[in-house]
Design a protein around this ligand. Sequence first.
Ligand code: ADP
Length: 254
Amino acid sequence: MIKFEGVVKTYPNGVQALKGVDLSIEQGEFVCIIGLSGAGKSTLLRSINQMHQITGGKLIVDDVDVSTLKGKDLRRFRRNIGMVFQSFNLVKRTTVIKNVLAARVADMPLWKSLLGLYTKQDKIIALEALDQVGILEKAYSRADQLSGGQQQRVALARTVAQQPKIILADEPVASLDPVTSQQVMSDFVKINKALNITVIANMHHVDIALKYASRIIGVKEGKIIYDGPSLKVTNDILKEIYGRELSDDDLMGA
Ligand code: ADP
């Protein structure tokens, strides 16, 4: 379980990106965070794995107060949290399978990873992850030969191979076209259901968020102003979150 209690984040330049966030997310939930650019979505997401350190309040993940973690303990904690980015972050000039195996590195001595001496078990885990996102046949292709959607699936498989409890996805489909976005989001849902991994995704496109997440968190100016089922999100709620009628850009038209 992830629990925010009055969480505040003030950046060194004085910008207060989170202004007292209270939130709890149970294991296995699929949550999308929506809101205008600059609302605080990314800060909220990245505080969960301490990519951004909170400056006030308390953030508890599975009974651990994350702001107290340092060094080895922080690294061990982060092993349980996978991250997927808008830009995929793959090593493009190597194979898909090597990209996915990179997720296993923390479980092996450094010298073995440098020599690429992955165990059979690691290879099985990596191939299973690729199978789960439907691109097993691309395992030995070079990452840069894949389409954007396929590359994001590799990134998702790499995260799955890490065997995390939580996946944080920061605008995972923002670089993809509407049809591909739907396919990638379906893979997130599949992984969430099959492996009971909590998925928390920042989403610029409202219609995709409403279609795939079971719970929506609406953020505005560093505060949560809606937290509830996707099915209960009305046009009035969206207007409140966005402070205006939605544009075509907010809706992907998918
Ligand atoms: P969103 O993800 O909703 O676009 P962010 O969490 O990125 O919002 O940003 C929230 C606010 O914090 C914005 O005003 C942004 O300019 C500011 N901000 C984000 N990152 C930093 C940073 N590293 N340093 C200073 N201000 C930042």
